[in-house]
Design a protein around this ligand. Structure first.
Ligand code: 13P
Length: 271
């Protein structure tokens, strides 16, 4: 069984100091047992794997302060983890402005978004570069959240599926996985990101099933267990319908992940 995953993508929002205060605000919601807690008294009888996993992919400047707060607070043991939003394909060296996988990990990240459409569009990231970044993430023990998705022009031209398959094949070429938990894929149709327009649950399910079929060819041993998320204007009002679909294992959420109430409502919808 695949554990539901709600992954926030904060993009370039909030200051580090605001993020720490925000975590404190989240605490009450988490303490009511929404997320599995590892070894905390009273909830030990609940199998943690039944619970939703929550990951916050935040700006790299926020990671350390948030990780320290998570360690020090009652949140310790909650299945709340941190992730970055991008990483360098290189391990170290003369790459001004870049952030390595090791740096993200040392700052407290367990996950990292790779190949987000905003990186592909604004920073000309190719499938080849995305592949190198996935490999870098794996080298440093980070779980990549690989983003794929078509433009509205590609969907109108009937090319959506071919685009997504091509992105998956390019990004995952030669990538080795030890377990199904070593990779997450997020299907994010570009026309749905930040627009308020969501894919229908039908269309999202169909593409997520196509993603899994492609994964079955690339990683036959692990495809059934790899989590496939939907992203693109997911919010409390449409999440239940999307998350009920067989191949949609969670969401990658931008705008709605910035608000505590919305985020908790999304976690509830994923249970
Ligand atoms: P929105 O949820 O704001 O549409 O953003 C989706 C996204 O890009 C997540 O990576």
């Amino acid at each position: 069984m695949r554990r539901p995953l709600i992954a926030g993508n904060w993009k370039m929002h909030k200051l580090p100091s605001e993020a720490v205060a925000w975590l404190d605000g989240l605490q009450d919601g988490l303490l009511d047992g929404l997320l599995g807690r590892l070894g905390s008294a009273g909830l030990e009888s609940e199998p943690a794997d039944d619970k939703v996993q929550l990951v916050l992919n935040v700006p790299a400047t926020h990671l350390h302060a948030m990780a320290v707060r998570l360690q020090g607070a009652q949140l310790q043991g909650a299945r709340l983890e941190l992730g970055g939003q991008d990483l360098s394909p290189h391990d170290q060296g003369a790459y001004t402005g870049e952030i390595s996988g090791a740096m993200l990990r040392d700052a407290g990240a367990a996950f990292v978004i790779v190949g987000h459409s905003e990186r592909r569009a604004h920073h000309q990231e190719s499938d080849h570069l995305v592949n190198a970044k996935i490999r870098a993430a794996r080298r440093h023990g980070l779980v990549p959240i690989l983003c794929v998705g078509e433009t509205d022009g590609q969907r109108d031209a009937g090319e959506a599926q071919a685009v997504v398959v091509r992105q998956l094949e390019g990004a995952l070429e030669g990538v080795e996985l030890m377990t199904a938990d070593d990779l997450v894929v997020a299907y994010e149709p570009i026309w749905a990101i930040g627009t308020g327009r969501t894919a229908t649950a039908e269309d999202a399910q169909q593409m997520c099933a196509d993603v899994r079929r492609t994964l079955a060819q690339l990683h036959p041993r692990h495809a059934a267990g790899i989590r496939v998320l939907y992203g693109g204007s997911m919010k409390p009002s449409n999440a239940t319908e999307l998350l009920a679909r067989a191949d949609i294992d969670g969401g990658l959420i931008g705008g709605a992940s910035l608000e505590i109430d919305d985020l908790l409502a999304l976690v509830r919808a994923a249970r």
